[in-house]
Design a protein around this ligand. Sequence first.
Ligand code: ADP
Length: 230
Amino acid sequence: SSVSHELRAPIASVRLMAESLDRGRIPEPERQKGYFAFIVQECRRLSSLIENVLDFSRIEQGRKQYEFEPTDIAALVRETLNLLEPYAIEKGVLLKLHPWTLDPQPSTLELNVDGKAIQQALVNLIDNAIKHSPKGEAVEIELTLQSPEPGGASSEATTCSLSVSDRGPGIPAAEHEKIFERFYRRGSELRRETQGVGIGLSIVKHIVEAHGGRVLVASEPGKGSRFTLE
Ligand code: ADP
């Protein structure tokens, strides 16, 4: 039921706005621009929600498949930020990309991943971070590559970490595991201020684990949250 609500409401408002534009009811160019921007953003959000719902059912039915191929991870991060920039601007949140911390500096940042899935995981984390950020705050994205310690076990691979930090309300330690469960949303049904259906993080976890990785969360009430895909 929350999925159908989350789909109906934005479709109704996009339709209303598109009809007003179509009928010439919005003569002022500035207002027109605002309407167009809203329609584009809502469609982006709807696509992302639909992608999540479809993937969620694929995962539940054990049908989700991944296609691993060499992917330029830095380009993928930049592209994802461009996609979400308009949403951040609308929410008055600054998206800040840290300079890469790469040790040693590789000639290429190609990793064998399912680029579409990793992008979806990153979109889910950044969407959450923007959604929970107070106006005027920054959401910071960091990409780190770390080679295994010299002399360490030879099977150790390079670790790639992608983290998303916000200065939102934070999450108590007792709920750090629960938030990854399907349909788990914090707070009571009536007092909830944010939109959502509670499947975003369960998908993030599935995607990262399918890559042999893990999701880490560092968060405390009042101190913001940091989610890391490793
Ligand atoms: P949804 O965002 O649709 O509720 P998610 O699975 O993405 O679903 O998140 C589950 C819950 O975890 C959210 O309802 C929210 O309470 C909490 N949460 C997720 N990300 C953050 C964040 N960055 N800051 C605070 N709370 C968060």
